[in-house]
Design a protein around this ligand. Structure first.
Ligand SMILES: Cc1cc2nc3c(=O)[nH]c(=O)nc-3n(C[C@H](O)[C@H](O)[C@H](O)COP(=O)(O)OP(=O)(O)OC[C@H]3O[C@@H](n4cnc5c(N)ncnc54)[C@H](O)[C@@H]3O)c2cc1C
Length: 446
């Protein structure tokens, strides 16, 4: 007989949600972690980043109101900001472990690897379960170029004692945009280098271009269509070069060219679990090629290409807790999922993109709204606020939106509810929202 009903491998947001969900339904469950309890998001991802970003928001809001009632701009004190971040992150691993212990979820610390016959090796122990959930997440990709040993990663950035005077990010995905925004607000010189001229490719490119213009105006330098081939150390600095005539000297170089799934050295070949480039291959019930092994969160190559984000991993954890305790046998059904890049301004998206909407005028209407002079934005002195809303032509419900403003995250969250509930303008108008707020603007977006 197996030691557990379910063993979860990886104690990030997805694995933890699965473990607590299974426990609540009476399953005997254990969880394995080889690094920091709590995983990427609270230790080296979303939460520490958002703490550092708080200073950016404060500075930005004060800049908006310069000459409109405020004088004197606040400045970032990096060591104090980092201490604020560490006050939070230092408690995460212990707090997470204590929570699991007091809930009576068994914990194993060490690297997990599948052996033949569906057994799991953790350090020098072997444990067994009827079912397993792989929730091992991703790690930063390091570009395989000459001098790659000089690269630092987002994990290093989020724990820097001192911020270097000049910082270079190679790869213009959401991590680069966010960390560059923080670096710039803290007063350092920033470069983002990208191999093509199509950064943040999941987002509406007209809004991305506007975002790039805004970031350039703040002093962030973008070098597009540059394919970096080498990093050389030069005293305390680094020289990054392509194979043509691009050369840049910088104090620190970060690889922000994507993230790769943690699938190696898990012994997946021993248990017949197949993988794709984006991670573990699963079906619509998150089941792998092995009938007793499931996968969730960032490590999964999702059938529908849903974004790799914390709330998606937790959603899948709750889904699998129901599935594995026979509460439901239905395939996973995701709601429409929002995605935000915390730059200045923020850019956010959900649902059908304006490009798809414009390309299919029989089915969709795309509304381009400049919100800059709307009361919510005028009030704070915001210089630029835009949104592109996609409406279903027949039902006149909102099916997609992208936004660029300091409150794009709030707006997109309200629209998440409107979209997922398929609310019409009349239904939205039945709500009474506090006024004047981003929520009370909603009826004017239809
Ligand atoms: C800089 C940064 C900023 C981000 N910002 C946001 C944001 O603003 N919003 C958002 O929603 N998402 C954000 N994310 C993404 C978010 O962190 C992930 O989507 C989320 O953590 C995924 O959860 P997970 O449980 O799938 O994996 P993880 O959180 O990565 O947890 C996986 C765990 O498995 C462990 N593990 C791996 N292999 C083994 C093994 N063989 N044995 C035992 N343990 C193992 C790892 O140590 C890790 O603790 C950010 C990520 C980064 C890096």
């Amino acid at each position: 007989m197996a030691d557990y009903d379910v063993i979860v491998v990886g104690a990030g947001p997805g694995g933890i949600a699965a473990a607590y969900g299974l426990l609540a339904k009476g399953a005997k469950v254990a969880i394995v972690e080889e690094n920091l309890w709590g995983g990427t998001c609270p230790n080296r991802g979303c939460d520490p980043k958002k703490i550092l970003y708080s200073s950016v928001e404060a500075i930005e809001n004060s800049q908006f109101l310069q000459n409109r009632g405020l004088t004197g701009e606040p400045k970032v004190d990096w060591p104090a900001l980092m201490a604020h971040k560490r006050e939070y992150t230092s408690k995460i691993p212990t707090g997470t472990k204590q929570g699991l212990d007091s809930a009576k979820i068994d914990t194993f610390y060490g690297h997990a690897e599948f052996l033949d016959d569906n057994q799991l090796q953790v350090g020098d122990q072997v444990v067994t379960a009827t079912d397993y959930i792989i929730a091992t997440g991703q790690r930063p990709a390091i570009l395989p170029i000459e001098g790659k040993e000089y690269f630092q990663t987002s994990t290093d950035f989020l724990d820097l004692d001192e911020l270097p005077k000049s910082v270079t990010f190679i790869g213009a995905g959401y991590v680069a945009f966010e960390l560059a925004t923080i670096t710039n607000a803290a007063g350092s010189d920033v470069h983002i280098i990208h191999h093509n001229d199509w950064p943040l490719k999941e987002f509406d490119q007209s809004l991305v271009q506007e975002l790039v213009t805004q970031m350039k105006a703040k002093g962030i330098k973008f070098d597009f269509n540059i394919d970096i081939q080498s990093i050389q150390k030069n005293g305390n600095q680094y020289i990054v070069e392509d194979d043509k005539d691009f050369s840049l000297q910088t104090d620190a170089v970060f690889s922000t060219a994507g993230r790769i799934p943690n699938i190696d050295s898990l012994g997946l070949e021993n248990v017949g679990v197949g993988t794709l480039k984006k991670g573990i291959q699963v079906n619509h019930r998150l089941r792998t090629d092995n009938a007793h092994i499931y996968a969730l969160g960032d490590v999964v190559a999702r059938v529908g290409n849903e974004p790799k984000l914390t709330p998606v991993a937790s959603f899948e954890g709750r889904y699998l807790a129901n599935l594995l305790t026979s509460e439901s046998n239905r395939p996973i059904e995701y709601p429409t999922i929002p995605s935000v890049v915390y730059a200045t301004p923020k850019i956010a998206r959900i649902g059908v993109s304006p490009t798809i909407g414009k390309g299919d005028p029989d089915d969709y209407i795309v509304k381009d709204l400049d919100l800059t002079n709307w009361f919510s934005y005028f009030r704070v002195g915001e210089k630029i606020a835009k949104t592109r809303v996609v409406l279903d032509k027949q039902t006149h419900t909102i099916v997609g939106a992208q936004a660029l403003s300091s409150t794009a995250d709030e707006l997109i969250n309200y629209l998440t509810t409107v979209i997922n509930k398929q609310e019409t303008l009349e239904e939205v108008k039945k709500e009474i929202f506090a006024y004047p707020t981003i929520a009370s603007d909603l009826p004017y977006l239809f």
